[in-house]
Design a protein around this ligand. Structure first.
Ligand SMILES: *Cc1c(COP(=O)(O)O)cnc(C)c1O
Length: 364
């Protein structure tokens, strides 16, 4: 396939070409069973193997402890903004939010519908250009959980290990929609992790939830059945029809990561790709990354500007003409954003760098 572009979209985004081509080969007749994964019963033994293998491989690559459930749900990251408080904000009815971007802000606003959700730290005053450091004393001792967004897709920031809040016994909940599988994560440090698939895992339609077992069964009696994690956990993500095709592709991506050396190998390549871009941006004298604290920079979403909005638009248009697509920043902030998830090959980053250098020389 020679006419594929390098797609720098924040999501849905690139998937590994091998996975797409293999899925294409198996599209009409999956593994010789005479039907497509899109057509088969979710109760068939073929699909049971697909979902069981997907879970086993995710557990393996993320090293998920046995006392955590893995759920494959629908509704995207957005539905988790409600499911998290509906299931977990049920003790004291309080939850503490660290607001580092648009998604975290939306999550906090949603939680406020259901209880005492408090924003204990925010970087909104500086357009979310850094990750605030939170101390133990900033967290309410009776909070039911503390909530973070690990990677801020729109602003290009990310919680480094040092910035992760020490919550003690209070469960830490993390939205990892745009960084899951890009770095090793100690799952045991979290009460719940969730991620919509369409950034780094699979097509849109499936949302991964990894939840500690003791946090299940705490939803109020009037919570809709579909929104109770325990229902999904007790039914192996098959309470109702799951998003079968998206789960199948997610499983293929997990297999590929495993074969390619696991998450550590992904992380090494992701660091290399991001560093190439940040090093050039910092030394270019033409582009600027608004995230000044290097520790807080995202490996997945590299945000940069020229300082001139018209020039930024020209950059995005000219890049597109060269097969480097979707480089515009989020509609709320403009500028440029190169999303370089696991499936973006090094050649894509090298091509972008070449283009950035040419554009800088022509427009200085
Ligand atoms: C994209 C994104 C979301 C929203 O995901 P949907 O699946 O579209 O609901 C939530 N959180 C983060 C960090 C995201 O990047």
């Amino acid at each position: 396939m020679t006419n594929r572009v390098y797609n720098f979209s924040a999501g849905p985004s690139m998937l590994p070409l091998e996975v797409i081509e293999d899925a294409a080969k198996n599209l009409a007749d999956y593994n010789g069973c005479g039907q497509s994964v899109m057509e088969m019963s979710h109760r068939s033994k073929e699909f049971e193997k697909i979902i069981n293998d997907a879970e086993a491989n995710l557990r393996d690559i993320m090293n998920i402890p046995d006392n955590y459930k893995v759920l494959f749900l629908q509704g995207g990251g957005t539905l988790q903004f409600a499911m998290v408080p509906l299931n977990l904000m049920t003790g004291s009815g309080k939850a503490d939010y660290i607001v580092t971007g648009t998604w975290a802000k939306k999550a906090a606003a949603e939680a406020k519908k259901f209880g005492d959700a408090k924003v204990i730290a925010s970087s909104e005053e500086s357009t979310f250009s850094y990750i605030p450091r939170v101390n133990r004393g900033d967290i309410r001792p009776d909070a039911d959980y503390v909530y973070i967004t690990t990677n801020n897709t729109i602003y290009g920031t990310h919680f480094c290990t040092r910035a992760l809040p020490d919550t003690g016994d209070i469960p830490l909940v993390a939205d990892m929609s745009s960084c899951i599988l890009s770095e090793p994560v100690d799952v045991s440090k979290y009460g719940l992790i969730f991620a919509g698939a369409q950034k780094n895992v699979a097509p849109a339609g499936v949302t991964i939830v990894i939840v500690r077992e003791d946090l299940l069964g705490k939803a109020a009696a009037n919570v809709p059945t579909y929104l109770d994690y325990k229902i999904h956990a007790d039914n192996g993500s098959m309470y109702n029809t799951p998003p079968c095709f998206a789960i199948y592709i997610a499983g293929e991506v997990f297999k590929k990561i495993k074969a390619d050396g696991g998450i550590a190998a992904m992380n090494k390549k992701d660091i290399e790709k991001a560093e190439k871009l940040y090093n050039y941006i910092d030394s270019s004298g033409f582009y600027k990354c608004p995230v000044e604290n290097k520790e807080d920079r995202s490996l997945m979403n590299v945000v940069f500007v020229t300082g001139n909005a018209d020039l930024d638009k020209k950059f995005v248009a000219e890049a597109k003409a060269e097969g480097l697509v979707n480089l515009g920043g989020h509609r709320s902030i403009g500028g440029m954003r190169a999303s370089i998830y696991n499936a973006m090959p090094m050649e894509g980053v090298d091509r972008l760098l070449e283009f950035m250098k040419k554009f800088a020389a022509e427009n200085k």
